[in-house]
Design a protein around this ligand. Structure first.
Ligand SMILES: N[C@@H](CCC(=O)N[C@@H](CS)C(=O)NCC(=O)O)C(=O)O
Length: 206
């Protein structure tokens, strides 16, 4: 049985949990906050969450983990069989993660934990995020799903990254990052009722 380490409040933890559910894989959740303690570093070299344990071996990084899970079960494929379409899904995932979410995360400590951020960082984040969102929007099919007609890994990253991007953007810049992207907004509303995502979100409050 796969063990999933981390906390339910983490968007990356939630994403991996939703993929485990989507793929119909059995798993056990183990509460493990991000720390620089030896046991956590053994599971996750940067001390972050989530990580998984399979037969006594560990794996970190959500993208590595979900790629592994995708190969572990044929249920509900999240990456298309066609090599080019598979590449397109991963392209969208990369842009969401690198050019939108990781940019917004520069202000996470200030937005969520009362940390400090310089005006320079704030301004650069706002500007870079706008650019990242243009790129993401260019690749988003929203037809009706992120990468086209079927639900893929890009939908999982859309849901779990935009939750965080929205929160940071509203708090730091007092603006709706998706104001100019109504198709992505509609997609997010649809994804909120996708069964695996809905279960993860419901269980957060338990
Ligand atoms: N690239 C990693 C990022 C994981 C990550 O940043 N996790 C956050 C929680 S959502 C964390 O552990 N933060 C605590 C820290 O950075 O020490 C992944 O995709 O799994």
């Amino acid at each position: 049985m796969i063990k999933l380490y981390g906390l339910r409040m983490s968007n990356y933890y939630s994403l991996v949990k939703a993929v485990l559910i989507e793929k119909g894989l059995e798993f056990e959740e183990v509460k493990a906050p991000p720390t620089q303690k030896e046991d956590n570093l053994a599971r996750s070299p940067m001390g972050k969450m989530p990580s998984i344990e399979v037969d006594g071996q560990y794996m970190s990084e959500s993208l590595a983990i979900v790629s592994y899970l995708e190969r572990m079960s044929d249920n509900s494929p999240l990456i298309p069989a066609d090599p080019f379409q598979a590449g397109k899904v991963m392209e969208l995932v990369c842009h969401i993660k690198l050019d939108a979410e990781l940019v917004a995360r520069r202000c996470l400590a200030a937005a969520a934990f009362g940390g400090e951020v310089s005006d320079e960082t704030k301004e650069a984040t706002d500007k870079d995020l706008e650019r990242g969102l243009v790129a993401v929007n260019q690749l988003m099919a929203c037809d009706p799903y992120a990468a086209g007609s079927s639900f893929t890994l890009a939908d999982m990253y859309t849901f779990y990254s935009f939750g965080l991007i929205n929160m940071i953007s509203q708090k730091m810049f007092s603006k709706d990052p998706l104001a100019n992207y109504p198709k992505i907004k509609t997609l997010l509303e649809m994804l909120a009722s996708h069964p695996s995502i809905q279960r993860v979100e419901t269980e957060k409050s338990q």
